[in-house]
Design a protein around this ligand. Structure first.
Ligand SMILES: Nc1ncnc2c1ncn2[C@@H]1O[C@H](COP(=O)(O)OP(=O)(O)OP(=O)(O)O)[C@@H](O)[C@H]1O
Ligand SMILES: [Mg+2]
Length: 459
């Protein structure tokens, strides 16, 4: 009898211990599940809110220096307000400093509703965090209920609970998937919110990725994933992605993939201001005298960032010749960095390209690639902002008027022979013509004159 009672007592003891352990497990497990559930729930709420309001990125240009470009702004706003049938994603391109970011941010603020703007940061490793911030997504790494409870205690009993904690962490990962890269988690969270947005408003949300060339240099596979996701979500009309890029090789990478089939074609290109717009900006917006504005335009053309820089310098009372010198010096640095200056690796091939461009103003991409032994070299030079690729027309041109101005001052270095053709009669108006040194019998005029639309061209 006593033995039976003894056994029963032991059994009850064991059951008690097991129940206690189960109790612990349930308490902590429930704690973690509730914790994760609450975090996901509040995250979704914040993202939905961000999507409703739009990201509202800062514009970064002072109001009294801002030059509005209504035609481009309208084009962008149309893209950012897709209707329910919209099933393409977009690419917006243009050389460095044409004003893409500024215009995209203005348009995205004006549309607001449903538009998320994500800027790839200069340190691309921060892309996931930037993405999360744009959509209000909190990335608290897994902090379990049990961890918060035990703190840093040294107690052996409490430490043994770590075993359970590991199990619970695994369960929690199934819920919040925190082992994935941040950008993937942000993308998935955005997609869920876009889905809800689509159901509520009957139209797709919009996500803008600015500066995607930064990703392409170091993590091209991320851009590939974003593009594939953009295709799938354009198909399902869940969200419309807009890729903004300055570098010619980025659209070419996008174009080379099967997901390009769902891209709107041709890409929207944001280019330079026309002569009229440039003068209006310099004279009316920046209050520069008309005569000075004309000279500055002749030097640098209608590149927005260049106009801003020379306007700032002119207003700081720098003389035209000082401004000119600094523009030409900066351009020379680009030539050296592209390794096309005299005696550098790509000098010869660059001379050929320059002379062809002086002749024809633009080259088909095939013609441009034809100058090189391999595409890598062709891309390498394109990245250095001396020449520019235009995806819309599939052509290559000089990157800016400053580049043309610089070449004119270094005609001997690039094998261009300037011929002094002082007019001998009234009809002979081109006094400053150029020819390649190995084509001395063919006169190639390099008098850069304005076409009707105000863009500079070689006639
Ligand atoms: N509409 C505008 N009005 C006045 N200034 C402008 C305007 N757009 C751009 N700018 C000026 O030109 C600079 C470059 O513009 P922005 O950064 O938008 O060009 P971007 O094309 O995005 O350049 P990148 O290709 O290098 O990213 C801005 O910092 C701003 O000072
Ligand atoms: Mg930009």
């Amino acid at each position: 009898m006593a033995v039976r009672a003894y056994r029963a007592a032991i059994a009850i003891g064991v059951i008690g211990i097991l129940l206690a352990l189960l109790g612990f497990f349930c308490i902590f497990c429930t704690g973690d599940l509730i914790f994760s559930f609450f975090r996901n729930w509040s995250n979704n709420r914040y993202i939905t809110k961000a999507l409703e309001k739009g990201t509202q990125p800062k514009i970064g240009v002072l109001d009294d220096e801002l030059f509005l470009r209504p035609i481009v702004l309208d084009q962008l706003k149309n893209i950012f307000k897709p209707d329910k049938t919209q099933s393409f994603y977009y690419t917006v391109c243009g050389d460095h400093g044409t004003g893409k970011t500024t215009l995209v941010r203005i348009a995205s603020r004006e549309v607001g509703h449903g538009v998320v703007y994500v800027d790839v940061p200069p340190v691309v490793e921060g892309f996931g965090v930037a993405f999360g911030k744009a959509i209000n997504f909190a990335f608290e790494e897994h902090v379990s209920f049990i961890n918060q409870l035990i703190g840093n205690t040294d107690s052996e009993f409490i430490s043994s609970l770590h075993f359970y904690n590991i199990q619970l962490t695994l369960i929690s990962f199934l819920i919040d998937e925190s082992d994935k890269p941040k950008w993937v988690r942000a993308l998935e969270a955005f997609q869920r919110a876009a889905n809800a947005y689509q159901i509520k408003h009957g139209r797709p949300a919009v996500i803008i990725y600015d500066n995607i060339s930064r990703l392409t240099y170091k993590y091209p596979e991320i851009l590939d994933t974003l593009q594939d996701d953009a295709k799938d979500n354009a198909d399902s009309r869940t969200y419309i992605a807009v890729f903004i890029s300055s570098e010619g090789f980025v659209p070419r990478r996008l174009e080379s993939r099967s997901a390009w089939s769902r891209a709107f074609k041709p890409p929207l290109e944001i280019g330079d201001l026309s002569k009229e717009e440039s003068i209006e900006y310099l004279v009316n917006t920046r209050k520069i005298k008309e005569e000075e504005a004309e000279r500055l335009y002749e030097l640098i053309g209608g590149r927005m960032v260049d106009l801003k820089i020379v306007a700032d310098k002119s207003l700081a009372r720098q003389s035209f010749s000082v401004i000119e010198k600094s523009v030409l010096n900066e351009t020379q640095k680009k030539f050296i960095s592209a390794q096309i200056y005299t005696k550098q690796k790509y000098h010869k091939v660059a001379c050929q390209i320059i002379n062809s461009l002086l002749e024809s103003k633009e080259l088909d991409l095939d013609e441009y690639l034809g100058f090189f032994n391999n595409y890598k070299e062709a891309d390498e030079i394109l990245e250095k902002n001396v020449f520019a690729y235009h995806p819309g027309t599939n052509t290559v041109t000089f990157q800016s008027k400053s580049v043309e101005s610089y070449i004119k001052t270094k005609a001997d270095i690039f094998g261009i022979k300037l011929i002094d053709l002082t007019p001998t009669d009234e009809n002979d108006i081109n006094s400053d013509q150029a020819t390649t040194s190995n084509q001395t019998d063919t006169i190639i005029p390099d008098k850069i004159i304005e076409s009707e639309n105000g863009k500079s061209e070689i006639k």
